[in-house]
Design a binder for this molecule. Structure first.
Ligand SMILES: [Zn+2]
Length: 100
């Protein structure tokens, strides 16, 4: 098996695992939202609190990743390279004499 096929298979497996964890987390939150709380040191409340904090961090991370991808796309797009090409074109580069 080629190295690219192994990486592709690994990425599919990781994507399935992440999807499974996300679905299970949502299922856990929806089924345990209204529970018989034992008060202090309730394990369900603790798990729900961890899930909320993790979802906040993941949301921030996803926004940061999308912003970084968009920024890279803008910086390395054809428009940016065309602008650099236009800056490099000058009268000296074109060897045009103005004192004739
Ligand atoms: Zn509780």
């Amino acid at each position: 098996m080629k190295e690219t096929n192994k990486k592709r298979m690994l990425s599919y497996v990781l994507a399935v695992i992440i999807l499974f964890v996300m679905i299970f987390s949502v299922y856990f939150v929806t089924t345990h939202e209204k529970h018989h709380c034992s008060g202090v040191d309730c394990s369900v409340c603790y798990t729900l609190q961890i899930f909320q904090e993790t979802s906040k961090v993941l949301g921030t991370a996803i926004i940061a990743i999308i912003s970084a991808i968009y920024l890279c796309k803008i910086l390395f797009s054809d428009i940016y390279t065309n602008n650099i090409r236009e800056i490099l074109i000058s009268l000296i580069n074109l060897k045009i004499r103005l004192n004739i």
